[in-house]
Ligand binder design. Structure first.
Ligand code: ZN
Length: 230
């Protein structure tokens, strides 16, 4: 096979490998997983903050309950000590006690619903943690695979580059310069001729060109300047 054709194939292979490396460096699934992980971690932070607020509220409710119990205890002692003889005063204390009991019940209800909310949040946080760990594991595995793949491609690329160097040293300088110049202009510097049509610009060739191609020569297209072979 003509060495220019071989060289061109090696350059095409080099492009392919480089594109594969570029693609895998920005592997879509990996960035998708990273975005998911970020979302889960943010959600967990929000839940943790809510939990903190609820914990503070719990302390307040507990203190409130303690105060009310203390007050009730005191009233109870007053009511049954026998020291207060005034009926009106006793009735007054009794009323206050009833009211305090009621408001204590409300605080207790608050306390219970607060505990329920905290429990729900703890379940949500736990779920976030599990999901986050799963995602981290997936990302870690993907990362390892990608690094391995990039190593493989880099090795192939280096072998290919060595082969390109070797091939270039075997091709005469004029031919090499001609190829390089066209390669600078076109990504596909060398094209195949099919049905007597240039594979680069689709223009039909003259008969004298076709006979050269039939002789396995590599010639330039008069229209686009690309190298052609058959
Ligand atoms: Zn052409």
């Amino acid at each position: 096979m003509n060495k220019i054709i071989k060289l061109d194939q090696k350059y095409n292979l080099m492009n392919k490998i480089e594109n594969k490396i570029k693609y895998i460096q920005k592997y879509p699934k990996l960035s998708e997983m990273r975005t998911k992980l970020q979302k889960i971690n943010n959600l967990e932070k929000i839940y943790m903050k809510e939990l903190g607020t609820l914990k503070e509220k719990t302390v307040l409710l507990e203190n409130d309950l303690k105060n009310k119990e203390y007050e009730l205890d005191k009233m109870n002692k007053d009511l049954y000590s026998g020291l207060i003889k005034d009926i009106k005063l006793l009735e007054n204390i009794k009323n206050k006690e009833t009211n305090l009991e009621k408001s204590k019940e409300i605080v207790e209800q608050d306390f219970i619903s607060n505990m329920d909310e905290m429990e729900n949040l703890n379940i949500k946080i736990e779920k976030c943690k599990i999901k986050s760990e799963e995602l981290q594991q997936i990302i870690k595995n993907l990362d390892e695979k990608i690094i391995k793949k990039i190593d493989e491609y880099t090795y192939k690329l280096n072998v290919n580059l060595d082969q390109i160097e070797a091939l270039r040293s075997e091709i005469n300088n004029d031919e090499l310069i001609r190829y390089d110049n066209i390669k600078n202009k076109y990504k596909n510097a060398l094209v195949k001729v099919e049905n007597n049509i240039c594979g680069g610009c689709n223009v039909e060739l003259f008969m004298n060109k076709i006979s050269k191609l039939d002789n396995n020569e590599i010639i330039e297209c008069e229209n686009c300047g690309r190298l052609m072979y058959k």
